[in-house]
Unconditional design. Structure first.
Length: 276
């Protein structure tokens, strides 16, 4: 019995709390991933609803941070209702939102945009061109109706001097029928065709992180990134020098985490461990 208790304690510490402390620090702002953390595809993730309710009840600031450029914040908030997550669009920040902030900071006015309604509507304050003429930046978001003509116009605009800006670098998109190509491949096509390196906005870039952080008045040691994917969620937090909480409910397993050189601040089995 004593041996079993020791084994259980050892397993708990190693699987649920990465680091030296048995207590997870309290934070004033939670930046939270969606797919793999709040839901898995079309499936609910246990304790996600309770975790968001806890944040709402305690008036703790949080922001759902998503690389998805195809939806606007209001669409994301509506989608979350399917998983019994009650929130508002003010709590959603997309790669399109961060792209808009970046483009404004550069002073651009004329764009050529590859993408769907989410990114195009978010960038509606800019002049969106139909040709390569006078284009200052080519913005590339996931476009499931991508054509060679769109790529050709984008290529010519970039060769004419326009900056190549990618909303997110994701290689694969999970669907009900398996994984399909995501935006990363579209960006790589244009990088290869033009011998240009794209400016990436979404996770793991610190551009989306810094844009989200600047919406609040908290110190970095008061902010944490919560997510399941080491390469995007956890690395975005590490790149932005904020704490990170890895949740073992999605892409990156605890075993895979052991092989990573840079570790998250914590790794937990599920979101229930953040409810206090």
């Amino acid at each position: 019995m004593k041996i079993n208790l020791i084994w259980w304690f050892y397993r708990y510490v190693n699987r649920n709390l990465w680091g030296n402390s048995m207590t997870i620090k309290d934070y004033k702002l939670y930046l939270i991933d969606l797919d793999g953390t709040i839901y898995n595809g079309e499936k609910k993730i246990r304790y996600a609803k309770e975790f968001v309710e806890y944040l709402n009840d305690k008036n703790i600031d949080y922001l759902f941070l998503t690389n998805n450029s195809t939806k606007e914040p209001k669409d994301v908030a509506e989608h979350l209702k399917k998983f019994d997550i009650k929130t508002s669009e003010e709590h959603v920040f997309t790669s399109s939102d961060a792209t808009k902030i970046y483009l404004e900071s550069k002073g651009y006015k004329n764009l050529y945009v590859i993408g769907e309604a989410g990114v195009k509507n978010t960038l509606s304050s800019f002049s969106q061109k139909d040709t390569e003429e006078d284009v200052e930046a080519v913005v590339v978001g996931l476009d499931r109706k991508l054509t060679y003509e769109k790529l050709a116009i984008a290529t010519k605009a970039i060769l004419n001097g326009a900056e190549l800006v990618g909303t997110n670098p994701d290689t694969l998109l999970p669907t009900a029928h398996g994984f399909v190509p995501s935006n990363g491949g579209q960006i790589k096509y244009l990088e290869y065709a033009t011998s240009t390196t794209a400016t990436i906005i979404g996770k793991p870039s610190n551009i989306i992180m810094e844009s989200a952080i600047k919406l609040f008045n908290y110190r970095k040691d008061e902010i944490v990134m919560v997510g399941d994917n080491y390469e995007t969620d956890i690395m975005s937090g590490i790149n932005s020098e904020i704490d990170t909480i890895h949740v073992q409910t999605g892409v990156t397993s605890f075993e895979e985490l052991k092989e990573k050189e840079k570790k998250p601040t914590y790794s937990i089995e599920n979101l229930y461990q953040l409810i206090k």
